[in-house]
Design a protein around this ligand. Structure first.
Ligand SMILES: *Cc1c(COP(=O)(O)O)cnc(C)c1O
Length: 442
């Protein structure tokens, strides 16, 4: 296959570079539905074949064909120190030497629970689980058990994992696939789920057990809560005797050590955490007020359990990460993300494409728009995605070896391993990619 050196990355080059990934994807399609173990990974909404990762270090992932990508997926935010941080790898290796799981309690679980509760005001106790889905599912069950009420309120475009009652109008992969929810979820399973628009304080009736919200929405792109929204939810919940759940699976230990609740000065009754606190291993948690948490079995009568809950490898990884993350790290990361977001905005607009690049501390996303309006809720996010500009932009970035999230509804994750040079390179790639998208459209 011949390619002119320096020629724009064409189809044939892209195909040559991706041969092993394509072979693996073909094999995967025969043995796994859609070829992947989580839907967005299949590149369905951006086109092309997913790169299969062989290894990763710091800000970079290397695929099965040896291509190295500057990575803004970072395992959907689970890696904040960057991939395979030496201290995390050592901690996991050392834990594995002592055994990988026992079905009996360990010191690591106590240490991680102490680390989380001491960092997050209002989070008196935690229960460790293995995924964010389990954490939110259990938080909702707990709220129903404590209040004796059936209904829950969630917000369109907020993603709380894939349990039946929380899938309605979910963001993330549900949005990426354009689904209202999912087949297989019975009307009865969602009959008690009320879906409201993000950013508007709903009426909360006295049959509502809990209001669950992403305090900073990060699964329909990034949507920062409008002033008064979280405070309003707190007041509405207090007035109705309803529990307020902040799903901080992304924001927890990502925006700051204490997370969104402290940054916005609103304290929920229950929190859910995941991603960062597992240091890249399967671990999540729900936590909150002691009097509420004490309703969980075996202290109370709301059942929850897990064979691998508080797994020693996962707690070792989580402890290593939380032990290394200091407040100045968040300020440094926020500064880098602010510079990146400003650079992306200028580069993409400079090419003549209308775009918004919302940023909140360590999080950012890219919304292509037609009307220049900021994205405030799920309807706006859907309108942005329907411009169709994200997929070609994504592919143009990938050809330049910058890996953004393969969906217009996902946000960008920077790690502490991303350098100023990495960010400059990303902005340069974005300028070229945006020009390419404009040229293709002509
Ligand atoms: C990722 C995510 C979840 C689900 O976590 P899993 O570990 O993927 O089950 C829940 N809530 C939010 C806000 C998330 O971003």
């Amino acid at each position: 296959m011949t390619e002119t050196v320096g020629a724009p990355a064409g189809r044939s080059e892209a195909e040559m570079l991706g041969r092993r990934s394509r072979d693996l994807f073909d094999r995967a399609l025969r043995v796994t539905p859609g070829g992947v173990n989580s839907p967005v990974r299949a590149f369905g909404s951006v086109g092309g074949t997913p790169y299969f990762v062989a290894s990763a270090r710091g800000a970079y992932v290397t695929d099965a064909d040896g291509n190295e990508y500057l990575d803004y997926v970072q395992s959907w935010g689970a890696s904040i120190l960057g991939h395979s941080h030496p201290a995390v790898v050592r901690a996991v290796q050392a834990a594995a030497e002592r055994g990988t799981t026992y079905g009996a309690p360990t010191e690591g679980e106590v240490l991680l629970a102490e680390a989380i509760t001491s960092a997050v005001p209002g989070c008196d106790e935690v229960r460790l689980v293995s995924s964010g889905t389990e954490a939110t599912m259990t938080a909702v069950r707990l709220a129903r058990g404590v209040t004796g009420r059936p209904r829950i309120v969630k917000f369109a475009g907020c993603y709380h994992g894939h349990s039946d009652g929380l899938l309605a109008a979910g963001g993330s992969g549900v949005a990426t696939l354009g689904l209202p929810g999912s087949d297989g979820v019975t009307p009865a399973a969602v009959a008690d789920t009320l879906v409201m628009p993000y950013g508007v304080v709903p009426e909360v009736d006295e049959d509502v057990a809990c209001v669950i919200v992403e305090p900073v929405a990060a699964n329909m792109g990034l949507v920062v809560p409008p002033p008064g929204f979280l405070e309003g939810l707190r007041e509405a919940c207090d007035a109705a005797g309803t529990l307020l759940i902040f799903d901080e699976v992304i924001t927890g230990f990502r925006l700051s050590r204490a997370g969104a609740s402290e940054l916005f000065g609103v304290r929920p009754d229950l929190f859910t955490f995941g991603k960062v606190i597992g240091g890249g291993l399967p671990l999540a948690a729900l936590g909150g007020r002691r009097d509420v948490m004490e309703h969980l079995a075996p202290a109370g009568r709301v059942y929850q359990a897990g064979t691998l809950s508080g797994n020693p490898l996962a707690t070792a990884a989580g402890l290593a990460v939380l032990g290394l993350l200091k407040e100045p790290d968040y300020e440094a990361l926020s500064g880098r993300v602010a510079r990146l977001a400003a650079g992306l905005l200028e580069a993409i607009r400079g090419a003549g494409l209308p775009v918004e690049v919302p940023v909140y501390r360590t999080l950012f996303s890219i919304f292509f728009t037609d009307d220049g309006m900021p994205v405030r809720n799920y309807d706006d996010a859907v309108r942005s995605a329907s411009t169709g500009r994200y997929p070609p932009f994504f592919r143009a970035m990938l050809r330049r070896k910058v890996a953004l999230a393969p969906s217009a509804y996902e946000i960008g994750f920077c790690s502490l391993a991303h350098t100023d040079d990495d960010i400059d390179r990303t902005v340069e790639a974005a300028a070229e990619a945006a020009h390419e998208v404009v040229a293709q459209a002509d």
